[in-house]
Design a protein around this ligand. Structure first.
Ligand code: ADP
Ligand code: ASP
Ligand code: MG
Length: 407
């Protein structure tokens, strides 16, 4: 019998009716003779509310272990409720919290990494004909405390379980019926992609397409898990994430992604001397702040210059604190920052073998009067930083320019 992992996201389990609907879907899978292991997210909006409470109860950033104790509860509720809904329609089911699996993580509370999954309890459950319903997004850390895997982490729970259980595939049921050429909520003419490579999906996810959590794609790629993204509401084929050689015809650009989760920092009047970049980025890295795009202007006099870079918006406060602490030592004039920015990216493995992709991007943005504030590239993507109010305009214009618009 085929073992499959089925993950249902927040909107798919948003209320009791939808949970009953999910139960029916799982029941159809068992009726087909499959053996599902189910992973659930919290009901839509619940994790946001829990995170909000941890932010506002005190004046300081929340203790990470207590943050986890609070935000992990959303998934515990849906795992229990879905088990009840399954039992109610005659499908034996049992809920599992992270520690009951056990899904073991490192100590990085709030963004923990999965280290190991013990499969005995789940396999015993499946072998008895009982559907395990696992609370996504959570595991158990080295000290025995609940640890969460970062926002959107139920995708990663699902893929990791599929790898550990040797499942035939990992179905990610969500509120769209697949991965699109860009976010279908922004571009109505976005088209569903039938097959996308792991590499492109990894870039799309890390550049803002939150349809899959980035880590889940990296895990799937490493373990060769067949991931399918599909709708929990409509019975239509979704998108398969596959190896490059499984794709017959390759586009130059497969998709456009955007992220509003960015902030821009400019160090004004930095000394233009060797070692300055290391002196700036070293302390940021030590504080766990990830720096992404970097632009250093030419210094007119060879002595002082401006250095601009981006960090994740949630890290902005920490980054400013770190820079304030080294300001005297590095001797720059001041730190400017701007959160009203967005990163817009075009992605495609076909870029490797085609020239002109960047030119088209800059020309398209110029025609719309959109100023590019920073640029970064890799073999298969180009990203630009623009003022946030231009996000949608830029995404739409690029989607059209690369011939991705559907009817
Ligand atoms: P879930 O709660 O099921 O995990 P998410 O909200 O995390 O769902 O992810 C699904 C959402 O991802 C969609 O509603 C869509 O707005 C967004 N999205 C962004 N980019 C894309 C894309 N390229 N293709 C499909 N969906 C996308
Ligand atoms: N509920 C968690 C979140 O909202 C995890 C997930 O949905 O994947 O981030
Ligand atoms: Mg999600």
């Amino acid at each position: 019998m085929t073992l499959v992992v089925q993950k249902f996201g927040g909107t798919s389990v948003a209320d009791l009716d939808r949970l009953r609907h999910v139960a029916q879907r799982v029941a159809r899978s068992t009726a087909r003779g499959e053996r599902p292991a189910v992973v659930v997210s919290a009901m839509a909006g619940v994790t946001n509310q829990l995170v909000g409470w941890t932010d506002t109860i005190g004046s300081r950033a929340p203790d990470p272990m207590e943050y986890d104790a609070i935000v992990a509860t959303g998934e515990q509720v849906t795992a229990g409720l879905l088990s009840l809904a399954l039992q109610d329609i005659g499908v034996p089911a049992r809920s599992f919290q992270g520690w009951q699996v056990a899904l073991r993580t490192d100590a990085a509370h709030g963004k923990a990494r999965i280290e190991r999954i013990e499969t005995e309890a789940l396999m015993a459950c499946i072998d008895q004909g009982v559907v395990p319903v696992v609370a996504g997004f959570q595991g158990v850390g080295p000290t025995g405390r609940v640890a969460t895997l970062g926002r959107g982490g139920s995708d990663t729970s699902a893929v990791a379980l599929a790898a550990a259980l040797g499942a035939e595939r990992c179905d990610i049921f969500t509120d769209v019926d697949g991965v699109y050429t860009t976010d279908p909520r922004i571009v109505a003419r976005a088209q569903k992609i039938e097959r996308i490579t792991y590499e492109e999906m990894l870039e799309m996810a890390s550049l803002g397409a939150k349809v899959l959590q980035t880590r889940s794609v990296a895990l799937a790629m490493r373990h060769g898990v067949r991931v399918q993204v599909l709708s929990s509401f409509d019975d239509v084929p979704g998108t398969l994430v596959v190896d490059e050689d499984e794709i017959v015809e390759q586009q130059i650009v497969s998709g456009v992604a955007y992220s509003r989760d960015e902030a821009k920092i400019t160090l004004v009047g930095v000394a233009d001397r060797p070692g300055i970049a290391a002196a700036v980025f070293g302390p940021l890295a030590q504080a766990g702040v990830n720096v992404d795009m970097i632009v250093q202007s030419v210094s007119p006099d060879g002595k002082r210059t401006d250095m601009t870079f981006t960090v994740g918006r949630p890290d902005l406060r920490r980054a400013r604190d770190v820079l304030a602490a080294v300001q005297a030592e590095l001797g720059f004039e001041r730190v400017d920052s701007d959160s009203n920015v967005a990163k817009v990216s075009v992605i495609g493995v076909g870029m490797r073998s085609h020239a002109g992709t960047a030119h088209r991007m800059f020309q398209t943005l110029a025609e719309k009067g959109i100023n590019v504030q920073a640029i970064s590239t890799s073999e298969i993507k180009i990203s630009v930083l623009v003022a946030e109010e231009y996000t949608e305009l830029a995404v739409r214009a690029l989607h059209t320019a690369y011939g991705l618009d559907g009817d």
